[in-house]
Design a protein around this ligand. Structure first.
Ligand code: RM4
Ligand code: MN
Ligand code: MN
Length: 397
């Protein structure tokens, strides 16, 4: 750090030290599109392999201490699988992160889970959500992260209002089972797999449901879950203002929920989102914001893509940390439009790579994690080990 201007270096150290990103177990598994899967020899099939890959990402980046788990894919036997997960946590030095219930794969969920017209199916879905909360308790995970595929495909075929009521009721019950340190994160998405209406289509609906559920519920913003041209940083500003921001599923998109590499299409948007958070933090943001990656690459090497994403997130987070917020507030107050915009933009355009590199060196991490992955031979080694064992069927897992 000594060669860098000391105030900049200080901002960088502080910003990067405080920025951890959770990686998803499903990001290491074979995934595909609705047209097919391209298998990768190095893809992880077992929970042990997923922990091993997560540990490799954390070893090289120093920024990913937790692994998000999807209950059905990672703990198919529910609570019974917890001791094994705990052993893996110890062995690989990575903790379990958010617990993601799966309310979209079982045949019964064809017409919905928590919003299904059938009481029995709603109860089954609630049972799974409550079981997921118990898993979070047993693993000492803070966040239970709920995404549902519920919705309908044809106008007039479902009562949207009845479904709101069922959902409110289910989330209230779920909330009453949370431990004191838990948070229930409610994710929204306006399309896919339902294409006429989804039961939690946007941040307003998610925020309403979270407030109805209770004080420990928050909204989860997946950056891929918006219509084109949506001003996501404004949504983030609102959620910060109302105290309802729980965290992010980070990824990029061009058309739909593409789950492309963060910043590969619109890095400025992620910068603008991070700016809102830094700005709220500088005014004493009262609660935690979880940063989680939600990407599962079909074409790129999975570990490589994960590391590339972590690096990109750190760079954009740091760029946003460099905005001179005091000066910006003055320019905003005086309506100095061009000067304000130039100040904002110049932070985005500054090359922070020397700073991230210096941070890594100061923390005894590889200066170039992607290069370190290549020279470690990890991917080739696990590809060989994993090549000939049977593939696990099913999406993501
Ligand atoms: C959804 C959503 C969820 C993720 C699933 C696999 O589109 O983003 O967060 O758990 O995909
Ligand atoms: Mn998501
Ligand atoms: Mn998604």
């Amino acid at each position: 750090m000594k060669n860098l201007e000391s105030s900049l270096a200080e901002v960088a150290l502080k910003a990067l030290d405080s920025f951890s990103i959770e990686i998803p177990s499903w990001g290491f598994a074979n995934t595909g599109t609705r047209f097919g899967k391209f298998m990768q020899a190095a893809a992880a099939c077992t929970i042990e392999e997923k922990f091993a890959d997560a540990a490799e990402v954390n070893r090289l980046t120093g920024a990913t201490p937790t692994l998000a788990l999807h209950v059905l894919w990672d703990l198919p036997n529910g609570l019974k699988d917890v001791p094994e997960v705990k052993r893996l946590e110890q062995r690989f030095g990575v903790r379990s992160g958010s617990i993601n219930p799966n309310l979209f794969q079982d045949q019964e969920y064809k017409f919905g889970s928590l919003c299904n017209p059938s009481r029995a199916i709603r109860e089954k879905a609630l049972g799974h959500l409550l079981a997921s909360i118990e898993i979070a308790k047993a693993l000492d995970s803070r966040d239970i992260s709920l995404w549902m595929a519920d919705g309908s495909n044809y106008p007039g075929t479902q009562s949207m209002r009845k479904r709101i009521g069922w959902l409110e009721e289910a989330l209230r019950t779920a909330h009453s089972h949370l431990a004191r340190n838990h948070r229930l994160l409610v994710e929204y998405k306006p399309f896919e797999p339902a294409f006429y209406h989804t039961d939690i289509a946007d941040w307003g609906m998610a925020s309403h449901l979270a407030s109805q559920a209770g004080p420990q519920a928050r909204v989860l913003v997946d950056t891929g879950h918006h219509y084109n041209a949506q001003n996501i940083e404004q949504i983030v500003a609102w959620l910060l203002h109302t105290g309802m921001l729980g965290g992010f599923h980070l990824n990029d998109r061009r058309y739909a929920d593409d789950d492309l590499t963060l910043g590969s299409i619109d890095p400025y948007q992620i910068f603008r989102i991070f700016h809102e958070i830094h700005s709220a933090q500088s005014e004493g943001l009262p609660h935690a914001v979880a940063y989680m990656i939600d990407q599962s690459h079909n074409l790129k090497g999975k570990i490589e893509a994960m590391i590339q994403t972590v690096i990109t997130a750190q760079e954009l987070y740091l760029k946003a940390a460099l905005v001179d917020r005091k000066k910006l507030a003055e320019l905003q107050q005086d309506c100095e439009l061009v000067a304000a915009e130039e100040l904002y933009r110049s932070a985005f355009w500054s090359d922070v790579r020397p700073l991230t590199r210096a941070w890594r060196e100061a923390r005894s991490l590889p200066a170039d994690p992607l290069e370190a992955l290549r020279s470690s031979g990890y991917v080739e080694r696990v590809a060989k080990e994993r090549a000939n064992r049977g593939q696990v069927a099913g999406s993501y897992a």
